[in-house]
Design a protein around this ligand. Structure first.
Ligand SMILES: *[C@@H]1O[C@H](CO)[C@@H](O)[C@H](O)[C@H]1NC(C)=O
Ligand SMILES: *[C@@H]1O[C@H](CO)[C@@H](O)[C@H](O)[C@H]1NC(C)=O
Ligand SMILES: *[C@@H]1O[C@H](CO)[C@@H](O)[C@H](O)[C@H]1NC(C)=O
Ligand SMILES: *[C@@H]1O[C@H](CO)[C@@H](O)[C@H](O)[C@H]1NC(C)=O
Length: 324
């Protein structure tokens, strides 16, 4: 987006820049664009703005360190795209008639989930990052990058388009990724303004994936060894409001993830701000607005104590929850 002027070229932008830019470039719904922009400014920025990569200095006082930007919050220390993972996704798309659709991305997610549990002793899936952000990371690829046309309003995402968005050059399987060279393809069409990608739309996509593969609903992690995944019972986490059955009803899983983000925020924010009042207020407002179209059940507190058995949580605190 910065390469094409949808965001300032220096990669540092205000909440309003992110909202306007994501709507204009991709057809993100105003509700989703606003929620993500505010969330980014709270956790990765100075409450007004944030950068897409790396630290930027800020005039705001009361920050306990330099804001890290998006690259500091997604996959700490491992933010560069991996060619092997791109190839795995590309191959699944080729096997599907050169079309990387939601089924393909769901298959890719199953593979990545498997690898995480079988290779990462510290794998941890928190309610917000696991139920919402992780889903979005897969659905966004198709919902935003597919080429939408009158004949194919949902869009077609072929391998060439996927390569351009991820700055991949070379012929399969000899791919090279050149970070900074990501671009929109020529003659590429975004979502129709009548069909922008909203929060209820994302919630429905996430639920479809979770119904197909209930492991995507697991909150928990490996306990210090590979293949040691312990899943927590949503009923004990959320005081009986949600359980394994009703988590798959309506927007419950999505609501659970949003509420958990709020519940866990004070821990995280106290590592970022000397006084968390303003940040927390912004977040409450953003989450409140985000739940508006979802008919979420009455919110109660969650039992964070149960997370202490996971080194992937305790090791990363105070910022484990928002790392996707
Ligand atoms: C980035 O560019 C924008 C637009 O030109 C400008 O307003 C902003 O101050 C710049 N930010 C930094 C951190 O340089
Ligand atoms: C990962 O895939 C292997 C091979 O298909 C399978 O045996 C194993 O149960 C899977 N593990 C998880 C955690 O899904
Ligand atoms: C998008 O689809 C249109 C209509 O089929 C086509 O003309 C255009 O080349 C496609 N763009 C890309 C980047 O594939
Ligand atoms: C939530 O919605 C209200 C009413 O539209 C708006 O005034 C407020 O700025 C929104 N909050 C956030 C954080 O976007």
């Amino acid at each position: 987006m910065t390469n094409h002027g949808y965001l300032p070229h220096n990669g540092s932008a205000t909440i309003q820049d992110f909202i306007t830019g994501t709507i204009k470039a991709f057809g993100m719904g105003l509700d989703l664009a606003t929620f993500l922009a505010v969330y980014g400014a709270v956790f990765d920025g100075d409450l007004l703005s944030y950068s897409i990569g790396g630290q930027v200095s800020t005039l705001l006082s009361g920050l306990l360190g330099e804001p890290q930007g998006l690259s500091g919050s997604h996959n700490n220390g491992n933010k560069l795209p991996q060619v092997s993972q791109f190839i795995a996704l590309y191959e699944l798309g080729q096997d599907n008639g050169d079309s990387t659709d939601l089924d393909v991305l769901t298959r890719h997610r199953v593979q990545r989930f498997n690898v995480s549990i079988s290779q990462n002793p510290y794998y941890f899936s928190a309610p917000f990052s696991g139920l919402i952000i992780n889903s979005a990371a897969y659905t966004f690829v198709y919902r935003f990058m597919a080429n939408k046309t009158a004949e194919n309003p949902q869009g077609i995402l072929n391998g060439e388009t996927l390569k351009l968005f991820y700055a991949v050059s070379g012929d399969y399987p000899d791919f090279t990724i050149t970070p900074g060279h990501e671009r929109f393809p020529d003659n590429w069409y975004k979502r129709n303004p009548l069909d922008y990608y909203t929060i209820p739309y994302l919630a429905a996509d996430a639920l479809a994936m979770q119904l197909q593969h209930p492991q995507f609903l697991s909150v928990g992690g490996n306990t210090g060894k590979v293949n040691s995944f312990v899943g927590l019972d949503p009923a004990t986490l959320r005081d009986g409001v949600f359980n394994a059955q009703n988590l798959l009803e309506g927007n419950n899983a999505f609501c659970f993830g949003l509420v958990a983000a709020l519940q866990m925020a004070p821990d995280i924010l106290s590592g970022l701000f000397s006084d968390i009042t303003v940040a927390l207020g912004l977040l409450f407002s953003a989450v409140g607005n985000a739940t508006e179209g979802l008919s979420c059940p009455q919110l109660k507190s969650i039992d964070k104590g149960q997370f202490s058995q996971f080194p992937g949580y305790t090791g990363l605190k105070p910022d484990a929850e928002y790392r996707a």
